[in-house]
Design a protein around this ligand. Structure first.
Ligand SMILES: O=C(O)C(=O)C[C@]1(C(=O)O)C=C[C@@H](O)C=C1
Length: 378
């Protein structure tokens, strides 16, 4: 059934259509300007992401919006969304090539999703890219001959074996990996190659449209000076580099990745065994539950082996999971006793421990929830 509308309403809607069309023309103009910015950045080697420019632009537009009676958050949301579009369009122009005098970049596992993304980024930056995938080991020596960098991008469980299988590399070649764990691959690379060695962990999946604002963890191996070009190249792609010792990285990942995925896995198992009707749950769901369900559900749209690798590769995964289970059991005991006071006391202690982060997370998530709700149809 069509929506009921009066003539007055129709007239106003017509005017709104005109305003939205004007907005379209303005967006087109902005996209054209951004394309010109992209061309200059490509030539001059300026990073895609310009945080200082973004901060000053947002502050000015917010103040102007306020003075005009336009909600500042509305303007900020629109600008952020437009800038996300800029990252993609500026990426497609290509990037300045930082190291002009190095040999080809060989990507071991370059036919995989993450490997393909890096192959694309190196190609967009003017490097010769060679792919060494499963079926190419017979040609490994030829492919690696004269290489300026060899990038290992294979499943975690295979990383060390693949590194051990590499042919001898040129002494100045940078050997690096993109694995989610860092200590074991770094040790393996340092063992087989006497030249520059670097461990990277891109903290994003292969489906990102650009590296702008993404984080890449850097674990130094050997001869840092010899791979500064590569770090600079990644900065130009838009990513933020976070340096950390490999052991510290692996420990943090245990909590950020392994535990997180493990609990999401258990929650998925629980929903299935309880015969949850997802269609029905979505009908009842608030934005936060929808988001939570999406975070759990997206796990099961991906490769089980990848998640098994991330969880099982952590040396102390079992001990940590046992600690988690013990905490769950403690909480369960409160529930059995009907001890609300104990629950609230523990809650307060955790809130105190979160400190200012609790409020920060509340306001950050409020915005995310609104965006999640915008995408809802019906
Ligand atoms: O001004 C720039 O450097 C741009 O690339 C343009 C733009 C924008 O869309 O306004 C996009 C990305 C930057 O992080 C900042 C601003």
């Amino acid at each position: 059934m069509g929506e009921i509308s009066s003539q007055a309403l129709e007239g106003l809607r017509h005017k709104i259509d005109e305003v939205d069309q004007e907005l379209l023309h303005l967006l087109r103009r902005r996209l054209d300007l951004v394309a010109d910015v992209g061309a200059i950045k490509h030539k001059e080697g300026v990073p895609i992401y310009a945080p200082a420019r973004e901060a000053s632009m947002l502050a000015k537009r917010r103040a102007e919006a306020e003075a005009m009676g336009v909600p500042p958050q509305l303007v900020e949301d629109l600008l952020r969304r437009m800038m996300r579009e800029s990252y993609v369009s500026e990426k497609d122009v290509g990037f300045k090539r930082i190291a002009t005098d190095i040999g080809p970049v060989v990507i071991v596992g370059g036919a995989g999703k993450l490997g393909s993304l890096f192959a694309q980024l190196f190609t967009l930056s003017g490097y010769e890219v060679r792919i060494l995938d499963k079926e190419d080991w017979g040609d490994a020596e030829t492919l690696c001959a004269g290489a300026g960098a060899v990038v290992i991008s294979v499943p975690i469980a295979l990383t060390e074996a693949v590194i051990a299988r590499l042919p001898p590399l040129p002494p100045e070649c940078v050997l690096l990996d993109l694995t989610s764990v860092k200590q074991a691959p770094l040790a393996a690379m340092l063992k087989v190659h006497a030249g520059p060695v670097l461990g990277l962990h891109p903290m994003f999946g292969p489906d990102v449209s650009s590296l702008a604002k993404q984080v890449v963890v850097v674990c130094h191996g050997r001869q840092e000076q010899s791979y500064q070009w590569l770090l600079e190249q990644i900065r130009i792609w838009g990513a933020r580099l976070h340096e950390a010792p490999a052991a510290e990285h692996d420990q943090a990942m245990q909590l950020v990745q392994a535990m997180r995925h493990f609990t999401a896995f258990v929650y998925g198992v629980h929903l299935k065994r309880e015969h949850a009707d997802l269609e029905q749950l979505l009908q009842f769901s608030s934005p936060i539950y929808r988001l939570e369900l999406a975070m759990v559900g997206r796990l099961f749209a991906q490769d089980p082996a990848l998640y098994a690798d991330i969880i099982f590769a952590q040396p102390d995964a079992l001990a940590r999971a046992r600690h988690y289970l013990a905490r769950y059991q403690e909480a369960l005991a409160m529930l059995e006793r009907g001890d609300k006071a104990a629950f609230c006391a523990e809650f307060d202690e955790v809130a105190h421990w979160f400190g200012d982060f609790a409020e920060q997370f509340r306001s950050e998530s409020a915005n995310m929830l609104m965006v999640a709700n915008d995408g809802r149809v019906g």
